[in-house]
Design a protein around this ligand. Structure first.
Ligand SMILES: C[S@@+](CC[C@H](N)C(=O)[O-])C[C@H]1O[C@@H](n2cnc3c(N)ncnc32)[C@H](O)[C@@H]1O
Length: 279
């Protein structure tokens, strides 16, 4: 796979899909995403693993474990929130996330996906013929613009509890943009809404693995929330359970993902959280 050839259709989104394809191929997979490989094939054609750039193996070695653990954790968080009354789900910067097609949603659940129009169009083309397991609504929007307006126009109701997902994206926001995102999500959330996400500060291990894959990925990390996650969420009325990725990995019977393994030089912390809006 050559992720530098994606030219504007969500390069990082297909890289993450490739990591989900690797996990899905394991006999002991933590989740099964039968659609992930389709995205990789659509971009890189047949024999894509053989065509992978030289940095791919090292990148996958560092990131695959993290993506496996976070996907499973976030699957569980969203399904729990749906079962507990969040009848609408919003996947922010959804990329090649195939949850609308692969999770067993309660009847009547509506899943909105927000990403750039070209990314959603590519995704819809690849998934043509696949049946979503929910009411599925794509919302083409730039998250730096008035996406709440686009979401409402697509049928979203701020009066109903929502399960929000911010996966693989908080790190890519400057701190002030992370604040704006959380402010907007909070304003659109009825009591009982849930926000689930992952986050990690940059570290030498993460930086080196990105640099080995593509120079375009090096400057991807812009910081994300400036405070500790619990305080950041509490300040807007959310009660959060913030967990170390390593602890969640152990719960699933997996070792610490290399980027977060304290035994590895240059590693750093990483977190997963589920927060609920109480008022
Ligand atoms: C690393 S991918 C993560 C995708 C998905 N959440 C996942 O974990 O597989 C980042 C995604 O953010 C999207 N994205 C980046 N900036 C955006 C913006 N300003 N508005 C909407 N989507 C954006 C990209 O198109 C890409 O699909």
């Amino acid at each position: 796979m050559n992720p530098t050839s994606l030219d504007g259709i969500g390069e990082t989104a297909v890289v993450v899909a490739a990591l989900r394809a690797l996990e899905s191929a394991r006999p002991d997979h933590l989740f099964l995403d039968p659609y992930a490989e389709r995205f990789v094939e659509a971009v890189a054609g047949d024999g894509y693993w053989e065509k992978a750039p030289s940095g791919w193996a090292g990148f996958a070695e560092v990131l695959a474990g993290q993506v496996a653990v976070r996907t499973r954790y976030l699957d569980e968080a969203l399904l729990r929130a749906s079962a507990e009354g969040c009848g609408q789900v919003v996947l922010l910067a959804s990329g090649m996330d195939a949850r609308a097609y692969r999770l067993d949603w309660p009847a009547g659940t509506r899943v909105y996906e927000i990403d750039f129009a070209e990314v959603l169009a590519f995704k819809a083309g690849v998934l043509k013929g696949a049946e979503p397991l929910c009411e599925h609504v794509q919302v083409p929007a730039d998250l730096r613009t008035d996406w709440p307006g686009a979401l409402r126009e697509a049928g979203f109701s701020p009066e109903r509890p929502t399960a929000w997902l911010a996966e693989g994206m908080l790190y890519a926001l400057p701190p002030e943009a992370a604040d704006v995102l959380l402010d907007r999500v909070s304003r659109l959330s009825a009591p009982g809404s849930v926000l689930a996400a992952d986050h990690a500060p940059d570290s030498p291990v993460l930086r080196e693995s990105r640099a080995a894959l593509s120079p375009d990925l090096v400057d991807l990390w812009l910081g994300g929330p400036r405070q500790d996650l619990g305080g950041w969420l509490r300040g807007r009325g959310w009660t959060a359970e913030v967990r170390e990725v390593n602890e969640v990995a152990a719960q699933y019977g997996r070792p610490a993902p290399p980027a977060f393994d304290p035994a590895r030089d240059g590693s750093g912390p990483g977190w997963l959280f589920t927060a609920r809006l109480t008022c």
